[in-house]
Design a protein. Structure first.
Length: 385
């Protein structure tokens, strides 16, 4: 049986990790398989980007992809493949998708908003809010957000994985998830190294609820999604997945060589670390807001976030590092998301005000082990120069 480090993103492994867009004007179309866009990119650029996703769709074999680029040369939206193995229509930017660990960028933003409002301190130990965690008395909220807390990830626990894949429809509470690691020794002293842990973000989600007095879903809606006009984005209370949506396949938890339809698996086990549902249309808005701080954070708080990357913690490099709920890779401010059946990406390049978002309805790795959306995004970045 194949078990992967579920919810582990490319941003974590390789450390690659707004208002409406200023480019949202006009109306025109893209290339052959493409969808309608608001301002067409240069035709040569659009053809090159479309050829890239067509080629990778054939090489890697995921069911479908929808991607969008908005930058100095205009806007391009492209699709390849189908919305699902049993849904042969082309995917669209309006299709909902499970965004996995992109949820972490939202949870981290909520923590920063509450800090900005003086309702918590980033130096607070997590144990002040959530008792019983390894390193709980000394690991700070900042260290949880930057993945340097030493708190083990419940998703790496074999017993948890066995329960999850035995019945992926089972609902999980945040406390049940954290109970998986309560009583375990920490993996290292806080601040000593970088290690991606979903436990960090489930705990931070509980902090948001305690400090705000709202459910995490309601907080996201009021302070993130509504202000940005992200009308199709929400944190589900159960496996609810309104149409239209992408249908995703996975190998996780399956016998070797077999896949499963993970579309309606209950995402509650990801919660503040990975359960949000969104669309490419909405992720475009989120990528811009995340990269600029517009609408969601003050300039001072955004500057703190821009300076939060831990370049000194291995395996970071001068070009790649992880910060406060996001990654940087050669100037791109970004995060990927993986949930069984789904792989997503949102990135913003400040130097050219470029947005890149993509969603693939599969988390099955490419032959080199990289997530399918990571392979696609890396190729699209090369096309963009």
């Amino acid at each position: 049986m194949r078990r992967l480090p579920i919810l582990l993103t490319a941003a974590a492994v390789a450390l690659v990790p707004a208002c409406t867009s200023d480019n949202d004007t006009g109306s025109s179309t893209t290339s052959a398989t493409g969808t309608e866009t608001r301002e067409s990119a240069d035709s040569a650029m659009a053809d090159r980007l479309q050829e890239t996703i067509d080629s990778l769709h054939g090489e890697i074999g995921f069911p479908g992809i929808v991607a969008r680029v908005i930058g100095p040369e205009g806007e391009w939206t492209g699709t390849a493949g189908v919305a699902g193995v049993d849904d042969q229509r082309p995917p669209t930017p309006e299709d909902r998708t499970r965004i996995g660990s992109l949820t972490k960028t939202m949870t981290a933003t909520a923590i920063l908003q509450l800090w900005e409002d003086g309702r918590l301190e980033l130096t607070d130990p997590i144990g002040k809010y959530v008792p019983g965690l390894p390193n709980g008395d000394i690991a700070t909220l900042e260290q949880l957000a930057t993945m340097s807390s030493g708190i083990p990830s419940y998703t790496f626990d074999q017993g948890f994985q066995q329960k999850l894949f035995a019945d992926p429809d089972t609902p999980w509470t945040p406390e049940q998830l954290l109970d998986v690691v309560r009583g375990d020794p920490p993996n290292f002293a806080p601040g000593e190294k970088f290690e991606y842990s979903n436990s960090n973000y489930v705990a931070l989600g509980l902090v948001v609820e305690q400090v705000s007095g709202q459910s995490l879903a309601d907080y996201f809606q009021e302070f993130l999604f509504d202000p940005l006009g992200m009308s199709e984005t929400f944190l589900p209370a159960d496996a609810a997945f309104p149409e239209p949506h992408l249908s995703g396949i996975t190998e996780q938890g399956q016998p070797d060589g077999e896949t499963a339809d993970a579309t309606n698996w209950n995402p509650s086990w990801g919660w503040a670390a990975g359960a949000v549902v969104s669309t490419i249309d909405d992720l475009q808005l989120w990528a811009k807001a995340l990269g600029t701080g517009e609408v969601i954070l003050s300039p001072e708080t955004q500057q703190y976030r821009l300076e939060s990357f831990n370049y000194d913690l291995p395996p970071a490099t001068p070009e790649r590092a992880y910060g406060f709920g996001w990654g940087i890779d050669s100037g791109w401010l970004e995060h990927t998301g993986e949930l069984p059946g789904y792989n997503t990406y949102a990135g913003y390049l400040p130097e050219s005000n470029t947005i890149l978002v993509a969603a693939v309805n599969s988390d099955i790795p490419a032959p080199d082990g990289a997530g399918p959306v990571t392979v696609v995004v890396d190729a699209l970045k090369q096309d963009l120069g």
